[in-house]
Unconditional design. Sequence first.
Length: 100
Amino acid sequence: MKRNGSEQVLNTRDKAFHYLIVKGNNKEHVWTAITHLRAHYNPVHLLSEKSFNYGHAVTQHKWMAEFIETQATSLVNPIIDEHILEPMKKWHQFYEDGAQ
């Protein structure tokens, strides 16, 4: 999949944001696990990015940073669920489409 420059920049910044959150919580070992898992699912992850709303992801990052900064950490989990888990729910369709 060919991506334009702005998508590549946003993807790089997205990864950097997540790394900083994980590192800030002294969980760099978790980041290592995430990157290994992501590499395993990379083709599916790339396919799912075709319909990814980068603008909404940036908004979610702003909310997460704000909630962490103001110590409203109970508000972070729903955003994380939407940001990380919802896109993953679509992955099965790529496997099903590939099997046909």
